[in-house]
Design a protein around this ligand. Structure first.
Ligand code: HEC
Ligand code: HEC
Ligand code: HEC
Ligand code: HEC
Length: 505
């Protein structure tokens, strides 16, 4: 039997995956069920002249009474159909700047999140669910936490709403209390705090965006992709905000937005890495907490023994993944040769962040120190699971999360974020700790940092470097692709990468 092919490929993060409009058909079907009038063009009702005066307009009336659709009513704040009527955000795509009127149309047509629920029906998901013994994937809480809007709601959501996938509410917040108000003149008078109290999430700044994305793209205490999921076939998660924003079809106008700033890409990279490191540290704390429980009460529901393999370098245990996977038998050898080190993707992010944003920042120095502590603990005696040690990991992880939070706040407040993407700065970093830069993960992170640092200059809405630099970066990126048919960076040559990197104009 062939083993599942795990897309641990550089393509996973580097390329826009082609998502043909299958989700469009699905969504339209859902729309018809939820909101029979959605197909008709309804003019937006005149807003009442005084704030709060008059009845609030019903955009998509929901049947009431003893109707099975009634359950939908409570779920309206989570449903894409509440936002996507033609009169609101589901209008036809137009070449004008009124993107608001067709934001939902763009989401349906090209957003990877629109098919997040659909993929739970794939054979791959079914197999994963079977191996994990969690029932059908599209009904498993464990999967729905990231592949739908369920995590935004305390009550279980109806299937019709889950089928939207990662719908509007997953990022914009539960709209129950603001859906019927956010287009009224009074809305503009509300302070951000008042809007937040209604469940509306601001997403204007890189920080707000990163904090939203990392919950699913890194993981959190209520949702995670651990080694059990990965071994069952889930792709390994990577996150870097600047790249993800570039790969993600935008459904808003960049004018007057974070995108309009000349340093948008650099700021996204720096703030995004700090926010991701915060999420990484918080997740480590959660995992260590579960491991403490496993020592105290092995049978407790929230207990899971240490080590959690997903915290460590995949390639220190796996020479390759996929059809010819070569897993060193960890159980036979308590410490495999070259005992695994802490996850190199985020180790590289922390080192690059320190290098790129400058050591004159006290928050950056603090994060570097906290991070080094966590790392020292995890790299030595990585598998040891006595209670004292786990508590120490928790303590240091919380310190690192707090420091990353402070750095993200400090970077957000800078009038301008400039990355020191000079060849000399990278060279110094590599020379200071040559052994850190032997891994593929670190090379990819270095490439993403280089791309972000080269995107500066006058505002470019696609956040991309000039063509000459772009083609040099493209060649560098090519050097990081996995060999055909292999799901691991076999044959990756770190020295060649560093030489090619130094040639980027
Ligand atoms: C912590 C959040 C999280 C959880 C929990 C989670 N996923 Fe995912 N899943 C993701 C993200 C994020 C991606 C996209 C990864 C990428 O491309 O960077 C993804 C991708 C996938 C893919 C590949 C999709 C594609 O287009 O190729 C499948 C299949 C999948 N998940 C199934 C599952 C199943 C089944 C479960 C439950 C057992 C699950 N996921 C749980 C976040 C999660
Ligand atoms: C993965 C996260 C995500 C999802 C899912 C999402 N959005 Fe957004 N949306 C954003 C971000 C980020 C912005 C930019 C906000 C800003 O710059 O103020 C945005 C902006 C918008 C705007 C412009 C807001 C304004 O103030 O001008 C509209 C309208 C919008 N989204 C509608 C939708 C609708 C409708 C859906 C569902 C069909 C949806 N979004 C799904 C993240 C998301
Ligand atoms: C509620 C969970 C959730 C949130 C919040 C979320 N995502 Fe996702 N995202 C997913 C899942 C699940 C997938 C995989 C969908 C699939 O392939 O079917 C995904 C896929 C993607 C992809 C495509 C990745 C690839 O390999 O092609 C990009 C880009 C992306 N998300 C960007 C973002 C950004 C940027 C944010 C924050 C503004 C964000 N996401 C917030 C769950 C989420
Ligand atoms: C400490 C060693 C160790 C680390 C670190 C580790 N794994 Fe594993 N992995 C194993 C072992 C052992 C198995 C065999 C299945 C089992 O018992 O869980 C396995 C199984 C797998 C499988 C199933 C493959 C198959 O042939 O059945 C995949 C895929 C996988 N790991 C991916 C990863 C990824 C991706 C990472 C990094 C995020 C990772 N592993 C980190 C030891 C490790």
């Amino acid at each position: 039997m062939t083993k599942p092919k795990v897309p641990l490929q550089v393509e996973t993060i580097m390329q826009q995956s082609a998502h043909p409009g299958r989700s469009g058909a699905l969504l339209i079907a859902v729309l018809i069920v939820l909101c029979p009038t959605a197909a008709a063009v309804e003019p937006l009702p005149e807003p009442p002249s005084a704030p709060g005066a008059g009845p609030l307009p019903e955009i998509c009336p929901v049947p009431t009474g003893a109707n099975p659709l009634r359950a939908m009513e409570t779920a309206r704040g989570f449903s894409v159909s509440s936002c996507s009527s033609t009169a609101c955000h589901g209008g036809p795509k137009a070449g004008n700047h009124d993107v608001q009127s067709f934001a939902a149309t763009l989401w349906v047509d090209g957003d990877p999140h629109a098919r997040a629920y659909e993929v739970l029906h794939d054979p791959r998901s079914q197999r994963m669910a079977r191996l994990l013994g969690i029932g059908p994937a599209h009904q498993a809480r464990q999967c729905l936490a990231c592949h739908s809007v369920q995590a935004e709601s305390r009550a279980p959501l109806p299937k019709g709403v889950l089928a939207d996938g990662v719908g509007c509410a997953a990022c914009h917040g539960d709209a129950t209390q603001w859906e019927s108000r956010h287009f009224l003149p009074e809305w503009k008078m509300l302070s951000p705090a008042e809007r937040a109290s209604l469940g509306y999430r601001e997403l204007g700044s890189p920080r707000e965006r990163a904090d939203t994305c990392v919950r699913c793209h890194v993981g959190a205490s209520d949702r995670e992709v651990d080694h059990d999921l990965i071994a069952a076939g889930h792709p390994r998660l990577f996150f870097e905000l600047a790249t993800f924003q570039r790969l993600w079809p935008r459904h808003w106008s960049p004018r007057d937005r974070a995108e309009a700033a000349a340093d948008f890409t650099e700021r996204s990279w720096a703030v995004g890495q700090a926010a991701a490191l915060q999420a990484v540290a918080e997740l480590l704390d959660t995992r260590a907490q579960r491991a403490v429980r496993a020592v105290e009460k092995p049978m407790a529901a929230a207990a899971k023994p240490w080590p959690e393999f997903a915290e460590f370098d995949c390639y220190s245990c796996h020479r390759s993944l996929g059809p010819n996977a070569d897993v060193q038998d960890h159980r036979a050898r308590p410490r495999p040769p070259g005992a695994p080190t802490w996850q190199p993707w985020y180790v590289a992010a922390a080192l690059l962040l320190e290098n790129q944003v400058g050591t004159e920042s006290s928050a950056a120095r603090e994060l570097a120190a906290e991070f080094a502590e966590v790392r020292r603990l995890l790299d030595a005696g990585w598998a040891d699971a006595d209670e004292e040690r786990l508590r120490r990991i928790r303590f240091e992880a919380r310190g690192m999360a707090a420091a990353a939070d402070r750095l993200a706040t400090e970077l957000s407040a800078r009038p301008v974020v400039v990355l020191d993407g000079t060849p000399a700065s990278f060279d110094r970093m590599v020379a200071a700790r040559p052994d850190e830069w032997h891994r593929w993960d670190g090379a990819v992170q270095a490439l993403l940092a280089l791309e972000a640092s080269r995107a500066g200059g006058p505002a470019r809405h696609d956040g991309r470097p000039p063509p000459r630099v772009r083609s040099a970066l493209e060649a560098l990126r090519d050097s990081l692709r996995f060999p055909p048919g292999v799901d691991a960076p076999l044959g990756f040559d770190a020295e060649r990468f560093q030489r090619a990197r130094a040639d980027i104009p």
